[in-house]
Design a binder for this molecule. Structure first.
Ligand SMILES: [Zn+2]
Ligand SMILES: [Zn+2]
Length: 279
C-alpha cells in the first residue's frame, strides 16, 4: 500500500501545495490497483490529475466538512457529470451525513443532480463513529476525533499493512486507539506549542502528534497539514523531541510506502494492544 500526497498544506492551498488530499493505492493478488482518495481540499483537484486519471478512483472518503478537506469535490463532480465518457459509474463517496447538502449549497442547487444531466455522480454514504467499510482489498475504519466540527480519522488496512490518517484532530483517546500499531501514521501537526496554546480542541502540535505516535506504538510518522505561516522545522523539532521514531514532514507529490512489520518466524505477527495496556 502507498499514499501519494496530493496536497498537504494546512487550512488552505499554498504556493507549494494544495490543501489536504491523499491518494491511497494498493495492488490486490490479481495485480489490480485499487485507489481510494482521502479528502479533496481546496486546490487539490488540479494536482490530483497529475497523479491519476480521476476516472480511475474507486472511492473517495472525506474526513470533515472544512473547505480545505472537501471543497474540490465540486471539480470532481463536474469531471464525472460532464465527462465525454458516459460509462463512468457513480463514485462511492463516504463522508459526514451533511456532505450532500453542503455540495448542493456550494453549487446553488435544490437536489443532487448537476444541471443539464440526469444522473447523480456520487453515491453518498454517511460515515459514523466506528463505521467500517471496504473498497476492494482495503478495509477502512472511521473514528470520530476532536475538532470543532464532526471530523473523522481513518485506519486503512490492506493485508498486513496499516496506514492511519488523522484527518484534523487535537489529542484524543479515539486517535490513540485508531493509530495503535500503525505501520505509517499520517498525522496533522497544524499548530505549534506556545504560539497556538490559546486554541484547544482543533489541531495537534508537533509535540502532541509525536506523543500520540509514541502512545499508539506506531512504526513511522509523517507530519502533515502544516500551514504557510509555520516553518515545518518547528513542528518537526517538537515531534522529534518526544518521539524517537522514523519521522518526516510530507511535501506535495511525496509517495509514502506503507510496509508491514516483519514478523519473526513462528510469531503470530502484529497485534493491536489491548486498550488498557496503552494508557
Ligand atoms: Zn484542515
Ligand atoms: Zn478542519
Amino acid at each position: 500500500m502507498r499514499a501519494h500526497v496530493i496536497g498537504c498544506n494546512g487550512s488552505f492551498a499554498g504556493t507549494e501545495s494544495a490543501a489536504s488530499s491523499y491518494l491511497v493505492e494498493h495492488e490486490d493478488a490479481d495485480g489490480r490497483t485499487w485507489r481510494v482518495l482521502f479528502d479533496l481540499g481546496s486546490g487539490a483537484f488540479g494536482p490530483l490529475q497529475r497523479a491519476v486519471d480521476p476516472a480511475l478512483l474507486d472511492a473517495v472518503v472525506i474526513s470533515h466538512l472544512h473547505p480545505d478537506h472537501y471543497l474540490d469535490l465540486t471539480g470532481l463532480e463536474v469531471f464525472l457529470a460532464y465527462n465525454e465518457r458516459q460509462d463512468l459509474p457513480q463514485m462511492p463517496l463516504w463522508g459526514p451525513a451533511a456532505l450532500p447538502a453542503r455540495i448542493r449549497a456550494v453549487m446553488d442547487r435544490a437536489d443532487d443532480v448537476p444541471d443539464g444531466v440526469t444522473e447523480v455522480p456520487f453515491d453518498y454514504r454517511p460515515v459514523t463513529d466506528r463505521a467500517t467499510f471496504s473498497v476492494g482489498p482495503l478495509q477502512i475504519e472511521a473514528r470520530l476525533v476532536v475538532h470543532p466540527v464532526e471530523s473523522y480519522g481513518f485506519r486503512i488496512t490492506a493485508g498486513d499493512e496499516v496506514l492511519v490518517y488523522s484527518g484534523d484532530s487535537d489529542e484524543c483517546e479515539a486517535l490513540d486507539e485508531l493509530a495503535t500499531g500503525a505501520d505509517l501514521f499520517l498525522v496533522e501537526a497544524g499548530y505549534i506549542e506556545e504560539r497556538d496554546d490559546r486554541f484547544t480542541g482543533v489541531h495537534l502540535t508537533g509535540r502532541r502528534a509525536g506523543e500520540t505516535a509514541v502512545r499508539a506504538g506506531v512504526r513511522r510518522v509523517a507530519l502533515t497539514h502544516i500551514p504557510c505561516w509555520t516553518d515545518p522545522a518547528i513542528p518537526e523539532g517538537e515531534a522529534r523531541a518526544v518521539c524517537d521514531l522514523p519521522l518526516q514532514v510530507v511535501r506535495a507529490f511525496d509517495v509514502l510506502e506503507v510496509r508491514p512489520r516483519v514478523s519473526p518466524v513462528g510469531s503470530a505477527g502484529p497485534v493491536r494492544a489491548p486498550l488498557a495496556a496503552r494508557r
